[in-house]
Every structure is written in structure tokens, then in C-alpha cells.
Design a protein around this ligand. Structure first.
Ligand SMILES: Cc1ncc(COP(=O)(O)O)c(C=O)c1O
Length: 400
């Protein structure tokens, strides 16, 4: 692993498009998609999130159709992250128990089966959504949660995690520092549930990516119900790349020839930097994009073999593109936070600025495009400020 130049904060309309120089055959990974979906269905509040067709945005972007997978509310939380966190927690606790808790029909029964583990604490590092999801899962199965967040995490995001009953610890430093701090907590009465991997720790992050397969299973069902084929291009926000790895696995299962394009903040573009360097790169300094969930300095090593070969290209954007995309999505009735809107922000930037001809061609006038909108208004204050409106209500309550 090497380390790249520190990058100045990119708060404006910075943009770059990069064709992935490492694209190639993807290693085959088996994912127990049916088991994962059956697990999620037994959790309280499970409902498939909507797949929306948005002709107004398709027209603006000059593509044939634009589909939005809208993760504004997932198990009552404002992001998709619970899909991965819940499955990883379940698999990790099953191992610690040393027995299969099946059969169980609802989460109370699961909590009962897992009770011999108590007292037990789930630990995670997060820039918001993953930690809140781990804390929610801990609460559901009657365990404690200790969540580490990097300095600069907004009060609203910290309050969201604390509202799940977790202890929240602010770590001086960036997301990578918080991850390193959380890793020290592994013990006989605690388990670290991380969405990123490090040497000697890769099983749990693999399970996190497996958990995300439910999002793609739902997309497949929605496409089938609407009589649509798989899209020509899927646009995915990238933090450590666990979600992008799930997108790559899904494409591999379908033998898809569609393009997969990742979007990162300009100053947290660790996957783009790694692709260009031909090896995993750690960005120096701190990442301060408003796309909080994407403020990661190093791609997850366990996701990287899939992301590095499976992605067609990368778009890196300054914060202003995310703000614009938040407003565009709100205008068509989709509640999306700054991180959640990033994928659309990348497409907007590509349409506006052009560059990397091969990527421009992917989003041509005959293309069916799917954008993963991974988060609702996790930080309601920030969302209101971006929209420039006073919104009465709680996150998940819709858009003005
Ligand atoms: C809302 C949201 N979208 C996308 C991502 C990126 O996912 P990954 O870190 O797996 O690349 C995150 C990560 O925290 C997130 O919170």
C-alpha cells in the first residue's frame, strides 16, 4: 500500500472522470443471496425500498431512462447501511455463540437465542450511517454498542447514533483513525463490526457486502415486475467500496455487460487514486467532504479485488455537485442527503463537463441508467440548508 498526496478540500464544482485502467475479469464470489434476503425479511420493518423511474431527470441528463433506487428509509433508518450491518452482526454473533440460532421467526426470538452471549458489546467505526445501523442491531438483540466517529462528525449524525442507545466516542483524526481505534476493542465480550477490512480482519466486512445483496435482489424483482431489462449503467457512491463490491458481484451473477461507475468526493477519492496507482492507496490528511459517508482515505482491501476490476470508471466531484443533486432529487420527490445524492451528482457533472469519452458514451441517448441513492436526510439540518427551506417534520417524512 502506498500513500498519496493530501488533497485540498473540494467544496465547489471540481470534477474529474477516469476510465478504470485496472478493469478486467472479476474473481468469482459465491453469495448466499436467498439466505440473506430471508434473514432481512425477519427483521422488524423490512420492506423493499422503491425503484423509481424519473423521466424528468432522464431527459435532463440525455439518457433513455433513469431509475433511482431510493434508500431514504430502510428499516426506519435513513440509509441502506442496515442491510450490511445486520447480516454481519448476525453472522459474527452466530460464530461467537458457537451454535446456529435457527429456527427463529422474529427478532425477539433471535435475541433470546443470543442471550447466552450477554453482556456483550458491538463495536464499530463510522462516519454516520454504518455505526447507527450497528447500534440499532445491538439494541434489537439486547446487546451494548460502542461507536467511534472521526472528529468533525456533525452533531446530528452523532445524535442519530446515540438515539439507538449507543455510547459514541469522538476520535481525534479521520475515518481511518477511527477504524484503527475501534479495532483495539475486539475481545471476549465484544466484537468489532467494520465495513472495511485490514490484515487479519476480512470476514466481517465480507458479510457486510453480502448483506447489501438484498438491495440488488430487490432491484431485480422490481425490474422483472416492470418488464424491464438490466440497466446499461449503474452509478454507485464509493466510500470504502463495500457497496460497490456488492454491485460488482451482482453484475457478475447476471453476466452483465453493463457499465459500473463509482462516484467519490474529490478530496476522498481513494478508489480512484488506487486505480490510477495500480495498488491500494491511502490518502494523507483528513477528508472533509459534505458527502460524509464517502469520507474514507483507504479502500477496503477485501472489496478491492472486485472494485478494482469490476468498475468501468470513476467520477470525482466537489461538494457543490452533491448539493445540486440533493435539490434535483427533492424536486422530483426523492429525499436524499448529501452522500445519498452523490451518484446523481457525478452524472450531472459528467453531463455538464464531459471528459473521459468512453464514460460519456456509456451515458448516451439509448442508455438505461440506474442510480443508487443510498441515503435520505440523515442530517436534517444540513438537508434543510441545502434546500434553502424550512421543513417541518422528521427525516423520512418526505420532501417539500
Ligand atoms: C449513505 C452512504 N452511501 C454510500 C456509502 C459508501 O459505501 P461504502 O463505504 O461501502 O463504499 C456510505 C458509507 O458509509 C453511506 O453511508
Amino acid at each position: 500500500m502506498s500513500s498519496a498526496q493530501a488533497v485540498a478540500p473540494a467544496t465547489g464544482t471540481e470534477f474529474a472522470a477516469v476510465v478504470n485502467p485496472l478493469a478486467g475479469p472479476v474473481p468469482r464470489v459465491e453469495v448466499p443471496t436467498a439466505e440473506v434476503l430471508a434473514f432481512h425479511r425477519r427483521l422488524p420493518g423490512y420492506e423493499p425500498t422503491p425503484l423509481l423511474s424519473v423521466p424528468a431527470l432522464a431527459e435532463r441528463l440525455g439518457v433513455a431512462s433513469l431509475l433511482v433506487k431510493a434508500e431514504s428509509s430502510r428499516f426506519g433508518l435513513p440509509a441502506f447501511k442496515m442491510l450490511g450491518a445486520s447480516w454481519a452482526v448476525y453472522k459474527a454473533l452466530r460464530e461467537r455463540l458457537g451454535a446456529d440460532p435457527e429456527p427463529w421467526h422474529d427478532v425477539d426470538e433471535l435475541a433470546e437465542r443470543l442471550s447466552p452471549l450477554r453482556p456483550f458489546t458491538l463495536v464499530a467505526a463510522t462516519d454516520g450511517n454504518h455505526g447507527r445501523a450497528v447500534a440499532r442491531m445491538a439494541r434489537l438483540v439486547g446487546l451494548g454498542a460502542r461507536i467511534f466517529v472521526p472528529a468533525g462528525t456533525t452533531d446530528a449524525r452523532i445524535a442519530g447514533i446515540a438515539s439507538e442507545g449507543a455510547e459514541v466516542i469522538v476520535v481525534p483524526g479521520n475515518y481511518d483513525t477511527a477504524v484503527a481505534r475501534s479495532a483495539e476493542e475486539e475481545g471476549p465480550r465484544s466484537a468489532v463490526i467494520s465495513d472495511t477490512s485490514w490484515p487479519g480482519y476480512s470476514e466481517v466486512p465480507r458479510w457486510v457486502t453480502e448483506g447489501y445483496s438484498t438491495m440488488f435482489a430487490e432491484i431485480d424483482s422490481s425490474l422483472a415486475a416492470a418488464g424491464r431489462r438490466q440497466p446499461d449503467a449503474v452509478v454507485v457512491p464509493i466510500g470504502v467500496g463495500a457497496l460497490a463490491a456488492a454491485a460488482v458481484e451482482h453484475a457478475q451473477r447476471h453476466g452483465s455487460r453493463g457499465a459500473l461507475v463509482g462516484v467519490e468526493p474529490t478530496d476522498a477519492a481513494c478508489a480512484t487514486a488506487s486505480a490510477l496507482a495500480g495498488e491500494l492507496v491511502t490518502l494523507r490528511g483528513e477528508q472533509h467532504s459534505i458527502m460524509a459517508g464517502l469520507n474514507c482515505g483507504t479502500p477496503s482491501p477485501v472489496a478491492w479485488p472486485l472494485v478494482s476490476r469490476g468498475m468501468t470508471g470513476f467520477l470525482t466531484i466537489g461538494d457543490e455537485w452533491a448539493r445540486r443533486a440533493v435539490r434535483e432529487l427533492a424536486a422530483v420527490g426523492v429525499e436524499a442527503g448529501e452522500t445519498g445524492a452523490a451518484a446523481l451528482g457525478g452524472l450531472d457533472a459528467l453531463r455538464d463537463r464531459g471528459g473521459a469519452e468512453a464514460l460519456e458514451r456509456v451515458f448516451g441517448p439509448t442508455a438505461d441508467v440506474l442510480v443508487l441513492v443510498t441515503e435520505g436526510a440523515s442530517d436534517l439540518g444540513a438537508w434543510r440548508r441545502i434546500l434553502g427551506v424550512e421543513v417541518v417534520g422528521t427525516p423520512g417524512g418526505g420532501v417539500p
